[in-house]
Ligand binder design. Structure first.
Ligand SMILES: Nc1nc2c(ncn2[C@@H]2O[C@H](COP(=O)(O)OP(=O)(O)OP(=O)(O)O)[C@@H](O)[C@H]2O)c(=O)[nH]1
Length: 328
């Protein structure tokens, strides 16, 4: 036999089914009036998450129990539901004890007898949030570490590339760089007839500074010696430390006469320098040998002539400039 009003008990049955599901859900679930915000029903999941009993909150609003930490989030959800069926946001709830819980709330409008109700299903995501934060912290630490290592590496590379061409004590070119520059200048001289003089400098009796005042004072004297030459040379000239207290200067574009005048200024500056500030009672002078590039010989041969002239200057008593003999 068929019921005339068979659909009535079916709906009651359906509603009972939904009520059971609502109560059995592990997550927080609530029905509330959309307009007033009053809770109509809350499930045991709500009680577990918030610490409030069902009978404490029915007929009250989320605002009454100060549930949403950020009230604007709830207002935003209600506003969004005007234009969309459901909204899911991450926000924070405050439980009965005042503890803040990270939650993910999914809300939808549900019409009951023409009355819009707000259905909210809420999940505690504190653990997931904590894991995310831990992961972020770990990522930040890693990124910082990588950035630090990269900076260290770049600094080391920079230092290495400086050491590749610069003398560590004085900062002027080193011997390896000198060979390269000498060759480069010689090419310009050969191809463009661009004159260049080579001067080799050496302090007279420098050994005495080391012996009497120590190696560290000797280092300071070498640095000051380089600084004097640098101060007096042209910006386009090139200075390198050949070794010990011996320096090589390339006077680019200078004829022997011009070079000799410049070198004489440098010799005088060394003589006049206040060496006593490093090593009491000491006076220092420099010997200088000089040669001009000559197209009939190699750059090395010109350099050797300048070096030989330096020894002639030393032999003649120091504190002087000797021009190399012409290419034989
Ligand atoms: N402080 C210091 N001394 C150095 C360095 N390199 C070499 N020397 C010393 O420099 C001195 C160079 O010797 P010479 O140039 O032959 O000695 P000198 O007394 O100047 O003799 P002359 O050049 O003939 O006047 C030696 O005592 C080396 O030990 C350095 O980097 N620092």
């Amino acid at each position: 036999m068929q019921h005339q009003t068979g659909h009535v008990p079916d709906i009651a049955l359906e509603l009972e089914k939904y009520r059971r599901v609502f109560r059995a859900m592990p997550d927080y679930a609530t029905f509330s009036h959309l307009k007033t915000g009053f809770f109509i029903d809350v499930n045991p999941g709500f009680e577990r998450l918030t610490g409030y009993r069902r009978d404490e909150v029915l007929g009250r609003t989320a605002g009454d129990i100060d549930l949403w930490v950020n009230k604007d989030h709830r207002a935003g959800v209600v506003a969004a539901l005007n234009t969309t069926d459901s909204v899911t946001i991450e926000t924070q709830f405050r439980d009965r004890e005042g503890t803040i819980i990270d939650v993910e709330a999914s809300c939808a409008i549900f019409n009951f007898n023409g009355e819009p109700l707000l259905v909210a299903i809420v999940r505690d995501i504190t653990l997931r949030k904590r894991q995310e934060q831990e992961l972020q912290k770990y990522r930040n630490t890693l990124e910082n570490l990588v950035a630090q290592r990269t900076a260290d590496l770049e600094a080391a590379m920079q230092k290495l590339s400086e050491l590749a061409v610069h003398d560590e004590l004085t900062g002027v070119g080193n011997r390896r760089d000198l060979n390269f520059r000498l060759d480069q200048e010689y090419q310009s001289f050969k191809r463009l007839a661009y004159p260049c003089c080579i001067a080799v400098f050496d302090l007279d009796s420098f050994k005495e500074v080391n012996d009497r005042f120590g190696h560290q004072t000797g280092d300071e004297v070498i640095k000051a010696f380089a600084a004097i030459i640098q101060r007096e040379m042209r910006a386009t000239d090139y200075l390198a430390r050949y070794g010990g207290d011996e320096f090589v200067l390339l006077l680019k574009g200078a004829s022997p006469d011009v070079a000799q005048a410049a070198l004489n200024r440098m010799r005088e500056a060394v003589l006049q320098h206040d060496w006593a500030s490093f090593a009491p009672g000491i006076r220092l002078t420099a010997s200088i040998g000089m040669a001009a590039f000559d197209a009939r010989e190699s750059a090395d041969a010109s350099f050797r002539r300048a070096d030989k002239a330096l020894y002639a200057a030393k032999h003649a008593g120091g504190n002087q400039i000797v021009m190399a003999d012409q290419h034989p």
